[in-house]
Structures are given as structure tokens and as C-alpha cells.
Ligand binder design. Structure first.
Ligand code: C2E
Ligand code: CA
Ligand code: CA
Length: 658
């Protein structure tokens, strides 16, 4: 910029040689234009930071362009003086605001999508007004009688303003980025430091060595570096949905947590996306995700962003309860319009919760745990669930249990216990039920009632089930259970396992591997209310049945079993749930009901097992009722293999009922 000043002062007598002074400007201009063009045509994120970056790049280009053009216009082309003066004035303005724009840019990187403190604005505005005042002064001097006719003291004053505002802005930016360094990732921190230090040096050099025009060049170099390292949308945006990615969510969320200000996270998971994916393929699924993300992005204000946490999970952060509530209001009806995929209209729904940070949790990683938790514990609702501390405790436990399950799968540390089953007709223990046990190093014993539903939810039940089947088959084979009078072993299969396409192959392969006859394995299935899977479950069970397996209906009396269910499914055995058995013993009303059921069940050809038999009194009553088998603590709790072998050896000719 001082190149052009000298031109003016020198009475336009300057030769081409002056270009040398402007050579850094030419380089700066070329580089700046390249950055600007690249930035404008590339995919951008519409955020405060990116808008500021654009302003920064434009001011750098204008500053170097006008500096160079002034030289060109006046010393080479001999343009009228007013044009030169105009270019020089624009140059002063652009040059003077560059540092201030950088200050605001740096602050916006530091505070990212948080509110910027007022002091930063105050400093930036103050510097801006001082700089503008300086420019006005210089412009007046220029147009009146050329800058070089201005008294030396005033000229010096002007230079102090030009360099002073730039330096103050840079030093202030450097100071804030050092003080707030924990908020910045390493790369951001280094970039801001580099920018400030490089430009402080450049200004110093330019001030002392007047003939070198380093300042614009230094700015552009620093801007180029920021462009290639920080302003990269692909680092922040999830290409599939157009929302911000999980990395950015973590970065910004953690910044908020560190800032100590409370905020809210709205988190949601789309329902039934596995069905969409399996029906319409991954492309169809992606189409839905993009459409839904687009609808939500339209509901957000400029400072609110949609983040894609993973596959079908999204989040938005809010500064205040009010902002969140306004958003929640706007959300109503967002799914009213169906999403069309391959000309099919799909109704999309989602499970959503709102989490008060940091009261409910101060760990971002728990946001997804919470959604997972609600997914299994709450009936899918239209309402946005407000997450509470109780839920986070349960969600934490869930995650620990989930981890324990994975550990036990990896290290094969599950155990299978066996509970003897007494045959009333044979007056002997002719069978047993295999029941899985999980003992975790940290959590201790975890009940299957707790971990089986979790394993079902995360799909690990398939691996768990394989372990049980393998263990049972190995046990039958190595201990020759048949020779010990055991004619069947019950294996529990959850409905999710039954639906698995490989289930029949899996079981058959394992049976063949250990040469265990099918009749030795009885599969227990718990009745289920999920109507959607009814037909498929029926097909699977029929297939298993026609392949020679016997099947039990487990937990009869707890759920939704109807006569229709018993008729349509190939059950060989019905297991009366312990709660029903206990009710039968204690509540008069149950007696006629069960007594009425028994002949009906028998007439369908099913055998009946009573679970939860704890006393001799129960044994007598249940035998009288007509149960074929009895199982419960009265005989034995579920016990490990060796204890079980001991048990049947000692009770081989148990004639307690004789
Ligand atoms: P379930 O299939 O109804 O198993 C019977 C449960 O009742 C067992 O609990 C057993 O220990 C308990 N029990 C048996 N007799 C008595 C009694 O007289 N009194 C009382 N109070 N309880 C008795 P457990 O072992 O805790 O298993 C709980 C549930 O976990 C099982 O209920 C079953 O649904 C599931 N489960 C266990 N092992 C497996 C497995 O290998 N695969 C699958 N998918 N589920 C399993
Ligand atoms: Ca069972
Ligand atoms: Ca049961």
C-alpha cells in the first residue's frame, strides 16, 4: 500500500521499476484470487465462520489488487489522478479492515457456534471506527493535494493508525486464542498462531523497511493456509445427509460443555429404517435420510445446526429452553408428508428425546446411549421424551452390560447351567433346561433377564445363541446324556434368533458336528405380541418342526397367547409360566381357569410343563392338575454341568412321588 502512496507523493513520475515494490502484491493478488475462486465454487457450509472467511479473502484480494492497480494506473497507463486516488483509498480501506476481519474470524473459530462475548465485538468495532477515521483522513489529504504535501507529523500519525489497528487486532486475536486454547483443536490453534505471528512480523518489516510490500502477501499466505486446513466442508459435513458430521458434533458439543453454560441436545432416531433399507436397498434408505435431514434443516435458525450422529441418528444443540421449545413447535407435522422412494410413499416416524446438558449428563457419548435406551424401554411415542437422570443411569448400566456381553462373546466366558426337569409319568428326571449365565469381572453376575433383552436389541443374541447351542451339543455328546436317562435338553430361542435366516442351518450344523440327534434338542420360544412377525415366525417354526425339532411355548400365561396362537403354531409342549403356577396355588379364581385349559391343551396334543415348582405342596397340586413335567427350585436350581451330572446320578431313581 505504501507503494501507491509513494506514487502519489512522487508526482506520478515513477517508472516501471515501481513494479518491483508491488511484486509481492502481484503474487498476493494471484494467490488470493485462486483461493477466492476455489472457495466460491467449492461446496460451502453456510456458517458464521465461513462467511467471515469469505470477507477476509475478499478484503485481501481487494487490498492487493488496488495496491497493484494504483501503480499500474498511475505509473504505466497514466490514468487520471482521481482514479489513482480512488484506487488508493479503496486500498487503504481494504488493508485496514483485513486485520480486524481476521480478529472476528479468529474469535468465531474459537467460539464456533457459541455466542461471541461482547468485549470481542467492542474491540473489533472500536478498531474499525479508528481505521475508517484514518482512511477518511488519508483520502481527504489525497484528493486535496496529494499525500506527500501533508505535514510529516500528521503522516506519522496516520501510519500509527494503520499499523496500530492492524497490530492491535492481531495481538488481540493471538491473546484470545492463547487464553482460550483448550477450545481449539491443535490444527486450528496452530493456524491462528501462525496467522497472527506471520502478519505481525510482516507489518513490522513493512514499517521499518519501507520498500518491501510484504503485508498483503503475508495475509494471503496465511489465508491460503487457513483455506486448505480449516475451511474444508468435507471435514465437517456428512456427505450422505448434508448435515454436520459426528466429529463436528463432538467438537462443538465438547466446547459447550467446557464453556460451562447449560444447553440442550435434541436427539432423534428414525424408526423402521432397517425395513426401508431391506425393501428399497441402501439407496432408498439414503434417499429417506437425505429428505428427512433436509426437512429438519429447514426448521433451524442460522445458528442452529443439524448433526448426523450415526446411521439414522440426528441431533441439534440449543442455547436455551426457549429456543428448543420454538424448534419443537416447528417440528410438529414434519413427518406428515410421506417420503417418496421409487414412487412409493413411505410414512416416516422417529423416536426423539431432549437432553438437558450438563444436568442429565456431561458426556456426549451418552447421547446415543440414551436414544438406544429409550428405543427399547419406551413405546415409540409421538412426543419428544425429556431425558432424566434415572434414564441416564439405566442407559449407563445398559452400555456396561452391552460391553460385558461383547467381552463374554470374545472370550467365550458365558456359562451354561442346567435345571433338571422331572417327568411325572417316568417318575424321573428325563430332561433339563439350558440356562445361560454371565459373570462379568466388573459387574459380577448379570441375570439373563437383564442381558438377554439387551443382546436381542443389539443383535448379539445370535452369537450368544450359537454359544449356547454349541455348549449344549458338546455337553450331550461328551457326557453321553442319553445313557444317563436324559432324553431332551431345552434350549431357549428368542424370537429374534428364530427370525435369523441362518438359524436352521446353524443349529443343524452344530448338531451334526457333535452327532446329536434332533430329538434330543427341544426349542423353547417365548410367545410374542409382535403381530408384524407373526407370519414369519410361523413359517420358521413350521420349518424347524418339519425338520424334526420339538418346540415349546415358553412363559405361557404372561403374554398374549391365545388359542389361535396354540392352534397355528406347531407347539409340542406348553410351559406354564411360574407366575401363573404361583397364582394357581394362591388365588382361588385361577383354579377353574387352569383346570379348564388343561384338557384343551392335552387335546391339541401338547405336553404341559409347570415352571417355578418350589414346594412339595405345589408338586402334588400340579400333578393332580395334570402337568406332565415339573421344573423348579423344589428339585434343583439351575446348576453347572458337573453338579448337574452329580444330581442326575443321585436322583436317577427318584421316587419322591411314588
Ligand atoms: P425362562 O426361560 O422362563 O427360564 C426359567 C427361569 O426361571 C430361569 O431364570 C430359572 O432360573 C427360573 N426358575 C426356575 N425354577 C424356578 C423356581 O422354582 N423359582 C424361581 N423363583 N425361579 C425359577 P434365569 O435362568 O434367570 O433365566 C431368565 C430368563 O432368561 C429365561 O426365562 C429365559 O427367557 C432367558 N434365558 C436364559 N437363558 C437363555 C438362553 O440361553 N437364550 C435365550 N434366548 N434366553 C435365555
Ligand atoms: Ca425357558
Ligand atoms: Ca419360562
Amino acid at each position: 500500500m505504501f507503494g501507491s502512496m509513494m506514487l502519489n507523493g512522487g508526482g506520478y513520475q515513477v517508472k516501471l521499476q515501481n513494479f518491483i515494490y508491488a511484486s509481492f502484491d502481484i503474487c498476493a493478488l494471484i494467490l488470493g484470487v485462486v483461493v477466492l475462486i476455489n472457495y466460491i465454487i467449492s461446496k460451502k457450509i453456510d456458517s458464521r465462520t465461513s462467511r467471515l472467511f469469505l470477507t477476509l479473502a475478499i478484503s485481501a484480494v481487494v487490498s492487493s489488487a488496488t495496491d497493484f492497480l494504483a501503480v499500474l494506473a498511475l505509473s504505466v497507463l497514466g490514468c487520471p489522478r482521481w482514479l489513482g486516488n480512488l484506487l488508493v483509498t479503496v486500498n487503504y480501506l481494504a488493508y485496514n479492515v483485513m486485520g480486524i476481519v481476521f480478529l472476528v474470524y479468529a474469535v468465531s473459530v474459537i467460539y464456533d457456534n457459541l455466542k461471541i462475548p461482547k468485549i470481542c465485538y467492542a474491540v473489533a468495532y472500536a478498531l474499525f471506527y479508528i481505521a475508517v477515521a484514518g482512511v477518511v483522513f488519508a483520502a481527504v489529504c489525497l484528493f486535496k493535494n496529494g499525500y506527500y504535501h501533508v505535514p510529516k507529523s500528521l503522516k506519522f500519525g496516520y501510519e500509527i493508525i494503520v499499523y496500530g489497528t492492524q497490530l492491535t487486532a492481531l495481538v488481540f486475536a493471538l491473546a484470545i486464542s492463547v487464553i482460550k486454547r483448550v477450545r481449539l483443536t491443535k490444527i486450528r490453534r496452530l493456524n491462528i498462531y501462525f496467522f497472527c505471528i506471520l502478519n505481525i512480523i510482516a507489518i513490522a518489516v513493512q514499517f521499518f523497511v519501507r520498500k518491501i510490500q510484504l503485508s498483503n502477501f503475508a495475509f494471503v499466505i496465511a489465508i491460503l493456509l487457513i483455506y486448505v486446513t480449516l475451511q474444508r466442508p468435507e471435514d465437517e459435513i456428512d456427505a450422505g445427509s448434508g448435515a454436520f458430521n459426528a466429529h463436528t458434533f463432538n467438537l462443538r458439543g465438547n466446547m459447550r460443555i467446557q464453556s460451562g453454560n447449560p444447553f440442550l441436545i435434541f436427539a432423534m432416531e428414525l424408526n423402521n429404517m432397517t425395513v426401508v433399507n431391506s425393501t428399497f436397498g441402501l439407496n432408498g434408505g439414503n434417499q429417506v435420510i437425505r429428505e428427512v435431514a433436509g426437512r429438519f434443516m429447514k426448521l433451524l435458525t442460522k445458528r442452529q445446526h443439524l448433526y448426523r450422529l450415526s446411521g439414522v441418528r440426528f441431533a441439534v444443540m440449543f442455547d436455551t429452553q426457549k429456543e428448543y421449545e420454538e424448534f419443537a413447535e416447528r417440528c410438529k407435522g414434519v413427518f406428515d408428508e410421506p417420503v417418496s422412494v421409487n414412487e412409493t410413499e413411505l410414512r416416516i416416524t422417529a423416536l426423539a428425546c431432549v437432553i438437558s446438558m450438563p444436568y442429565v449428563t456431561n458426556k456426549l457419548s451418552e447421547v446415543e446411549d440414551l436414544i438406544r435406551y429409550y428405543r427399547t424401554s419406551v413405546n415409540v411415542s409421538e412426543e419428544i421424551i425429556t431425558a432424566d437422570k434415572d434414564a441416564i443411569e439405566k442407559a449407563r448400566r445398559r452400555e456396561l452390560v452391552d460391553y460385558a456381553i461383547q467381552n463374554a462373546i470374545n472370550n467365550r466366558t458365558f456359562e451354561v447351567y442346567y435345571q433338571p426337569i422331572y417327568s411325572v409319568k417316568d417318575k424321573a428326571f428325563t430332561g433339563c433346561e439350558a440356562l445361560i449365565r454371565l459373570k462379568d469381572e466388573k459387574l459380577g453376575f448379570i441375570s439373563p433377564d437383564e442381558f438377554i433383552p439387551i443382546a436381542e436389541q443389539n443383535g448379539k443374541i445370535i452369537e450368544v445363541g450359537r454359544f449356547v447351542i454349541e455348549e449344549v451339543c458338546r455337553f450331550i455328546k461328551t457326557e453321553k446324556l442319553q445313557e444317563r436317562g436324559i432324553t431332551f435338553v431345552d434350549i431357549n430361542l428368542s424370537v429374534i434368533q428364530c427370525m435369523h435366516p441362518e438359524i436352521i442351518n446353524d443349529i443343524e450344523e452344530t448338531l451334526n458336528k457333535y452327532q446329536v440327534p434332533r430329538s434330543m434338542v427341544n426349542l423353547e420360544i417365548t410367545e410374542t405380541a409382535s403381530a408384524g412377525s407373526y407370519a414369519m415366525l410361523q413359517t420358521k417354526l413350521n420349518e424347524l418342526h418339519s425338520n424334526g425339532f420339538t418346540i415349546s411355548l415358553d412363559d405361557f400365561g404372561t403374554g398374549f397367547a391365545s388359542v389361535e396362537y396354540l392352534i397355528n403354531f406347531p407347539f409340542d409342549v406348553v410351559k406354564l409360566d411360574k407366575s401363573l403356577v404361583w397364582a394357581y396355588m394362591s388365588t382361588k379364581k385361577y383354579k377353574p381357569i387352569l383346570q379348564h385349559y388343561m384338557p384343551m391343551l392335552h387335546s391339541l396334543g401338547t405336553r404341559i410343563v409347570a415352571e417355578g415348582v418350589e414346594t412339595a405342596e405345589m408338586v402334588n397340586a400340579l400333578v393332580e392338575l395334570g402337568c406332565d413335567y415339573l421344573q423348579g427350585y423344589y428339585y434343583s436350581r439351575p446348576i453347572p454341568k458337573d453338579k448337574f451330572l452329580e444330581f442326575i446320578k443321585n436322583n436317577g431313581e427318584d421316587l419322591r412321588l411314588a
